[in-house]
Every structure is written in structure tokens, then in C-alpha cells.
Design a protein around this ligand. Structure first.
Ligand SMILES: [Zn+2]
Length: 219
């Protein structure tokens, strides 16, 4: 009997990404939001900046959010959040990939998240498939391989074997990155007699192929 199993993983937020850009005053490239948003009004035009603090020397710098935007172009709630230095708004701006691109800085997501699973180290050798839904609490760029290692409790070679055996279909290549909700399924282990696919890694097949090629070349 095949039993379909389901698991839910959540990428929980544990911090804000580091904003990576050059500091004019010291050798550090790491910045975090100071917690303040500056709004300057010039008639009906607004300038809005996210204020950043250098991790090395605490120098404050500004990252433009809006430049000479007409006041009517901003939703009142948004403008109020800017003016009140709303922590949620600071958080949103600090995590914004589009703001990072616009301002030419990089976001470093290391140490900003932790994986929470409802089934730690799930058994993968059963006959039924395991479907995993992954939800993101923050748009952190996460290496898929690392996520699978944490969630499935496997080593890097273990993950590579699973992928090489075709037992798992992934939304991006295993060495790629993910940042939003997705679902994947790990197929059940092959029936006895065929051997367990997870223990028949591709390198063996490759080795055989290489040996055959070497033999062919000798002839
Ligand atoms: Zn500095």
C-alpha cells in the first residue's frame, strides 16, 4: 500500500539581510538600517530615504526610496508609515530586492532565516511519495541544496544522490537559489529487487560509461 505523506516547511525570519555596499569612511561593506526613514517635502514633491548605519564605523548613509515623487502618488498609509519610522516599513525596505537593484547594493541573506519543519528527518525509504510544501516568511535567497540538507536531514552527497536518481523534482537546479513558496515531491524508494535507487548513485553509471569509452578508444 502506498501512503502519500505530506510535510510543511517554513523558512522563518530570524533577522534582516545585511546591505552590502562600500562605506566612504572605513573598509567595512556591511550596513544595517538605522531604524529611521527620512522624508523631505518640497511643496507637493517628496523625497524619501532609508537611513543605513555602517557596521564598521556607524556612519549614517541614505538609500533613496522615492525621489521627487508627487504626494498623491503615495498611499496615505504608506506616507504615514514613512513619517512614523514604522519598523514594519523599515523591514520591508531593507528586504526589498528592487530597492537594492535600484540603489546598486547587494543583500546578504546569511543568518536571516531558520528552517522549521513539522517532520524532522522524514523517512525516505518508504514506498509512498513525500510531498513537501515550503513557505517563506521572508524573501531570503536560500540555496536549495542547503534547504534540502536541513529539511531532509541528509548530507550534500545524500542530496546529490537523490537528485541523480531522479527521485526528486525541483523547481530550480539543486545548486540554484529559491526565495518564494514552492512544493516538491520525493518519490518513494524502488521496490525490493531493483535495489534502492538512493544507494545507486549516478557516478557508478558514469564510471561504467567512462570505462566503456576507454575500452572503445583502445580498439
Ligand atoms: Zn564605515
Amino acid at each position: 500500500m502506498h501512503i502519500d505523506r505530506k510535510a510543511q516547511w517554513v523558512v522563518r525570519q530570524s533577522g534582516l539581510p545585511t546591505i552590502v555596499r562600500r562605506c566612504p569612511d572605513c573598509s567595512s561593506t556591511r550596513h544595517h538600517p538605522s531604524g529611521k526613514i527620512r522624508v523631505n517635502a518640497n511643496g507637493k514633491l517628496l523625497d524619501v530615504w532609508l537611513l543605513l548605519s555602517c557596521d564598521g564605523c556607524a556612519r549614517t548613509s541614505k538609500a533613496p526610496v522615492h525621489e521627487r515623487v508627487h504626494v498623491s502618488a503615495l498611499k496615505p498609509a504608506r506616507r504615514e508609515a514613512y513619517e512614523a519610522n514604522s519598523p514594519a516599513m523599515v523591514c520591508e525596505l531593507a528586504m526589498s530586492a528592487s530597492l537594492a537593484t535600484k540603489n546598486g547594493y547587494r543583500l546578504d541573506w546569511a543568518g536571516t532565516w531558520a528552517l522549521e519543519t513539522d517532520t524532522p528527518n522524514p523517512a525516505l525509504d518508504g514506498p509512498g511519495p513525500l510531498t513537501v510544501r515550503v513557505a517563506f516568511e521572508l524573501p531570503a535567497l536560500v540555496r536549495l541544496e542547503r534547504l534540502l540538507m536541513l529539511g531532509l536531514g541528509l548530507s550534500r552527497p545524500g542530496i546529490r544522490r537523490l537528485v541523480a536518481a531522479g527521485r526528486v523534482q525541483l523547481p530550480v537546479p539543486v545548486d540554484g537559489k529559491v526565495h518564494q513558496d514552492f512544493e516538491f515531491t520525493v518519490a518513494g524508494a524502488a521496490p525490493a529487487g531493483l535495489g534502492r535507487l538512493v544507494e545507486a548513485p549516478r557516478p557508478v553509471a558514469q564510471q561504467v560509461r567512462q570505462d566503456m569509452l576507454a575500452l572503445a578508444a583502445e580498439r
